[in-house]
Design a protein around this ligand. Structure first.
Ligand code: KIV
Ligand code: ZN
Length: 515
């Protein structure tokens, strides 16, 4: 069977999703999981975009092995040199350089002539080729470009040494039949194209990103650029899990395979959702909560008699945890560690100790700890930065006839600091008390609450997005069977990230720095 190479751009295009901002540790965590998933290429970032992007690409290049690591660069020497600087320690570095080819982009955005674009593409590829043998060239907005000019630019890029040419549907305008035909026409009209890999990169503005990618694959594309959960600019990119499982479920039709270890899909989806703070919609194909849930009696009856009556994919294949009853309060550290290893997590000693302590706390409040609880707990541990603030205690006075009032105690270094405040609800009162202690004045941009599992004793998961006085956004997540505690933990988590970002991990708060 022929193979389609999976180019994952969760850490680059995915990170361009509004409101998403991952730190270096989180990006490395995702990159390592992408290696376990079996992607062929990780696009780690756009080094020239910010020092944070540069640092993340450099760290991934240094520490993530067994995969090609790619960095994005516009078609200019400054971007390409910076991309190489970040990539140079990678086992297999790839530079991905791009320039737009549609008239609309040339006229309004680039203000360049076709000749200038052609030359810039050629020179950019040559420059990148001087650094690494694996060079990808993208013709941005290719699907709205004039075919002959597009083929001319691609031919120039190939002649200059590109090994992969990418045809993006940048604005998600294409429809499958047309896009498939477009790829076929490019194959027919571009000199030298048989020597390189044809790639596609489809956006989801019309909800057709995966369908367009599949149409391209049928017409000869052999690299697909995708993201986990389909996150990305605007309506997102083609979802890795949907593309891979479509090829898997319809193997006889496509006769195409990938290198993806499908049993890692569910875990990867959870990790990306948790670290980006972008929830997965319940009816999302493959990884949504309802993707394998059967509500109607007829369907339930059918599935009980024979799973394939209403299921085209066995949930085991994508790694959905099968056991529901896992651990409880009598479980020891060894059982805890073993179950985590079965779920694919290898924590450091310190992370394991902290996660086990949290597990024991949880056992006091919840009889049965499910795999989903465990995954949530571990992800909370992995995401943590060395804390500047730790929740010691809180008390709440609330009800229909009193002004909600909170008292909060935070461990800050050696001392426990306490403050009280009133608010328009208990969460507001808690957050105001915390603000008094930290002296910071962040803005709470979003607050979301979810239950990790069902049942009255379910673990509540709170995700907040908090903006610093300097305008940067931080994500915080907190877990507890008590939603007020989860709310406090989420807020403190975001503040710890803010302080770590501004002053270094575990350091003094923003308001005190330099005093
Ligand atoms: O959507 C797009 O065109 C891109 C390119 C940089 C590949 O993301
Ligand atoms: Zn894109």
């Amino acid at each position: 069977m022929e193979r389609v190479y999976i180019f994952d751009t969760t850490l680059r295009d995915g990170e361009q999703s509004p409101g998403v901002s991952l730190n270096v540790k989180e990006k490395v965590q995702i990159a390592k999981q992408l290696v376990r998933l079996g992607v062929d290429v990780i696009e780690a970032g756009f080094p020239v975009a910010s020092p944070g992007d540069f640092a993340a690409v450099a760290e991934i290049a240094r520490s993530v092995k067994g995969v090609q690591v790619c960095a994005l660069a516009r078609a200019n020497f400054g971007d390409i040199d910076k991309a190489w600087e970040a990539l140079k320690e990678a086992e297999e570095p790839r530079i991905h350089t791009f320039i737009a080819t549609s008239d609309i982009h040339l006229q309004y955005k680039l203000r360049m002539s076709r000749e200038q674009v052609l030359e810039a593409a050629r020179e950019a590829v040559q420059r990148a080729k001087g650094y690494t043998p694996i060079v990808e060239f993208s013709a941005e907005d290719a699907s709205r470009s004039e075919l002959d000019f597009l083929c001319q630019v691609l031919a120039a890029a190939i002649e200059a040494g590109a090994t992969v040419v990418n045809i993006p549907d940048t604005v998600g305008y294409a429809v499958p039949e047309e896009f498939g035909e477009f790829i076929r026409a490019i194959r027919e009209k571009t000199p030298g194209i048989e020597k390189v890999t044809i790639s596609v990169h489809c956006h989801n503005d019309l909800g057709l990103a995966v369908a367009n990618t599949l149409a391209a694959v049928r017409n000869g594309a052999r690299q697909a650029e995708v993201t986990i959960n389909g996150i990305g600019e605007r309506a997102g990119n083609a979802a890795l899990e949907e593309l891979v499982m479509a090829l898997y479920a319809r193997r006889p039709l496509y006769q195409i395979t990938t290198g993806i270890r499908t049993e890692e899909i569910f875990r990867t989806s959870k990790l990306v959702s948790s670290l980006t703070g972008m929830p997965v919609q319940p009816n999302k194909a493959i990884v949504g909560k309802n993707a394998f849930a059967h509500e109607s009696g007829i369907h339930q009856d059918g599935v009980l008699k024979e799973r394939t009556t209403y299921e085209i994919i066995d949930p085991k294949v994508i790694g959905i945890p099968q056991s529901s009853l896992v651990l409880g309060k009598h479980s020891g550290r060894h059982a805890f560690k073993t179950r985590l290893a079965e779920l694919g997590y290898a924590l450091s000693e310190e992370e394991l100790n902290d996660a086990f302590a949290r597990f024991k706390e949880l056992c006091d409040r919840k009889k049965v700890i499910t795999d989903e609880d465990l995954l949530a707990l571990v992800e909370e541990e992995i995401r943590k930065v060395p804390p500047t603030y730790e929740l010691k205690y809180f008390h709440i006075l609330s009800g229909t006839t009193v002004v909600p009032t909170a008292t909060v105690g935070l461990q800050v270094g050696e001392e426990v600091r306490e403050e009280a405040a009133c608010g328009n609800g208990p969460v507001d009162a808690i957050y105001k008390s915390i603000d008094k202690i930290t002296g910071m004045k962040p803005t709470l941009e979003t607050y979301a609450i979810d239950a990790v599992t069902g049942g009255k004793d379910a673990v509540g998961s709170v995700t907040v997005r908090v903006k610093s006085e300097k305008g940067k956004t931080y994500l915080g997540r907190g877990l507890s069977t008590d939603v007020l505690e989860a709310s406090a933990r989420a807020y403190i988590d975001a503040l710890n990230k803010m302080v770590a970002d501004l002053n270094g991990p575990g350091s003094r708060p923003e308001s005190e720095a330099g005093s």
